[in-house]
Design a protein around this ligand. Structure first.
Ligand code: CP
Ligand code: NVA
Length: 302
């Protein structure tokens, strides 16, 4: 694997290989078995948006793999003062062994890969969040013993998370149902692809979306960069919430996932969140393991 720009670029086999390696690395880490696959290598981490999980898990992950990570904020980089991404990519390729980037436009990530000569990993754009969905798939597999045939129901904004869940879910043989307002649907091309390649539904009928779901998933109503729209979105998304009523339409043993950070009382109630806290924090933990697998696949060629 050369880069991780978006899940659409990966085959089902490649995703499965990443999940298998992530399980192995998790086992090794829990049992004190060292795995310095990236000894002497350095990852640059460019963050144009805030982060807790992505930043800490990539940095710790590189350390556990025997390498090191550099946190690069736009305030420190000339990119923040307008140096073109084509030049930044070529310069950083001379120093680093890989780059993780969190930014706004997907094109910026694709351009880094095009102009640079080292692996590029997408740590979230407005379009998608592949690392998060790999961690979600790992957690679903752990908790449910498999992925194929499980129904994933996503409630809320048709945002970066919805886009990546559609692609990851369908590629791994899940049924995917999106419950969202008509004006906030996920990417139209991805929905058309999903309808052609699997069992896919997008509706504003939340009970229909949640019916017999194995996994209930949600995310914030206003993503990073949408702060100006927050008040309008609060009105438009009222009721798009995973609460105990909606959970009663899912399977009795359904699990709950959220990429976090969560806004309790908006997209999820405190009651549902706390009842499923173990699954939610396993999901957050698995960011570390799955990203280590991605780093190894991209930067160590094993
Ligand atoms: N889920 C996620 O990507 O979290 P951070 O924004 O804290 O990195
Ligand atoms: N949709 C959210 C995900 C955060 C991990 C955002 O982009 O802010």
């Amino acid at each position: 694997m050369k880069h991780l720009l978006k899940l659409m670029d990966l085959s089902t086999e490649e995703i499965t290989d990443i999940l298998n390696l992530a399980d192995q690395l998790k086992y090794e880490q829990k049992n004190g078995i060292a795995h310095p696959h990236l000894a002497g290598k350095t990852l640059g981490m460019i963050f144009q948006k805030s982060s807790t999980r992505t930043r800490v898990s990539f940095e710790v992950g590189m350390y556990q793999l025997g390498g090191s990570a550099l946190f690069l904020s736009p305030r420190d980089l000339q990119i923040g003062r307008g140096e073109p991404v084509q030049d930044t990519a070529r310069v950083l390729s001379r120093y680093l062994d890989g780059i993780m980037i969190r930014t706004f436009a997907q094109q910026e990530v694709e351009d880094l890969a095009k102009y640079g000569s080292i692996p590029i990993i997408n740590g979230l754009t407005d379009y998608c969040h592949p690392c998060q969905v790999l961690a979600d798939l790992m957690t679903i597999r752990e908790h449910r013993g498999g992925i194929v045939g499980n129904k994933l129901c996503y409630i809320g904004d048709g945002n970066n998370m919805a886009n990546s869940l559609i692609v990851g879910g369908i590629k791994m043989g899940m049924k995917v149902a999106i419950g969202c307002p008509k004006e906030y649907q996920p990417d139209a091309e991805l929905m058309a692809w999903a309808a052609k390649n699997g069992d896919f539904l997008c509706t504003d009928n939340l009970e229909e979306a949640a019916a017999d779901a194995d996994v209930m998933y949600t995310d914030v109503w206003a993503s990073m960069g949408m702060e100006d729209e927050a008040e309008r979105r609060k009105r438009d998304f009222a009721g798009y919430c995973i609460d105990s009523h909606l959970m009663s339409f899912a399977r009795p043993d359904a699990m709950v996932q959220h990429c976090l950070p969560a806004h309790r009382g908006e997209e999820i109630t405190d009651e549902v969140f706390e009842a499923h806290a173990d699954e939610l924090f396993d999901e957050a933990e698995n960011r570390l393991h799955v990203q280590k697998a991605v780093l190894v696949k991209c930067m160590a060629n094993i």
